[in-house]
Ligand binder design. Structure first.
Ligand SMILES: [Zn+2]
Ligand SMILES: [Zn+2]
Length: 260
């Protein structure tokens, strides 16, 4: 068996070769693979007075390796922990991390909704569901990822059932009957997103208390709408105390930072 080339697999070495400051300064350009390495080398050279031209040819592909191997979140966390960088680079890395986590969340959220719909099982949908308010430890992270946590279909189903399969923004919102079940169609949404699980190391965020039942329009507005706060704020006020009971103590200001 051929020996695996691990030289550039490690995010530490990629960042070290590229330079952390350059990685942050040109983050969005490096991520955009429609820009050629050559174009980017010239841009980095032009905009960094101390850069040496031949060096850029070497650094740009190393920095891009982070995106090619989908390790940008780990890379940003490394930059944030770094002691030698300027405050504005650290602040920018924090902002970029929030954006990345938000992207991860909306991808994970929509693929979960798809999977949930395809496997929808309306068994026991008439039985009442009551919250269990004992705090739980978070589950293990998903395989092959250092920041994605699994979502339970059963827990999501319970949460929708608790809301009588109606929209929790307003129970008169339009809902239709599911194709393979007699229940009305709403989508589960984690109020405190699972992408924030690492910030709550002792408490599971994948709980019924943290999942709201939303009509498609409200769910999309929450993720993609300019006025998402019109939905987020009242939902949060409604759930705040319930979240506290299971150990999720969060202010609205903090919650908002996960919805940029
Ligand atoms: Zn959602
Ligand atoms: Zn709605």
């Amino acid at each position: 068996m051929a020996k695996k080339d691990t030289k550039y697999v490690d995010v530490h070495s990629m960042l070290k070769a590229a330079g952390k400051t350059m990685f942050i300064k040109f983050y969005n350009d490096l991520k955009d693979f429609s820009l050629s390495d050559k174009y980017l080398c010239e841009k980095v050279y032009k905009e960094s007075p101390t850069a040496k031209s031949p060096n850029q040819r070497y650094k740009v592909p190393r920095a891009r390796e982070v995106f090619r191997t989908n390790q940008q979140i780990e890379a940003l966390e490394l930059v944030i922990r770094s002691k030698k960088l300027s405050a504005d680079i650290i602040a920018e890395a924090k902002r970029l991390l929030e954006v990345e986590l938000c992207l991860v969340e909306s991808n994970e959220d929509s693929s979960f909704v798809n999977e949930f719909n395809n496997e929808f099982d309306s068994k026991n949908s008439d039985e009442p569901f009551e919250y269990n308010n004992t705090p739980e430890k978070p589950r293990e992270k998903s395989k092959n990822s250092s920041y994605v946590y699994p979502r339970s279909r059963k827990v999501a189903f319970n949460a929708l059932k608790k809301a009588s399969f109606l929209c929790e923004v307003n129970s008169s919102h339009d809902v239709f009957i599911r194709k393979n079940a007699d229940t009305t169609y709403t989508e589960p949404h984690h109020l405190v997103p699972l992408s924030a699980q690492d910030k709550f190391p002792d408490v599971n965020l994948d709980r019924e208390q943290n999942i709201v039942s939303l009509c498609s329009a409200c769910h999309n507005q929450l993720h993609y709408g300019k006025d998402y706060e019109k939905i987020l704020k009242p939902l949060f006020v409604d759930r705040k105390e319930l979240l506290k009971l299971i150990g999720i103590d969060i202010s609205y200001e903090q919650l908002r930072t996960y919805y940029i």
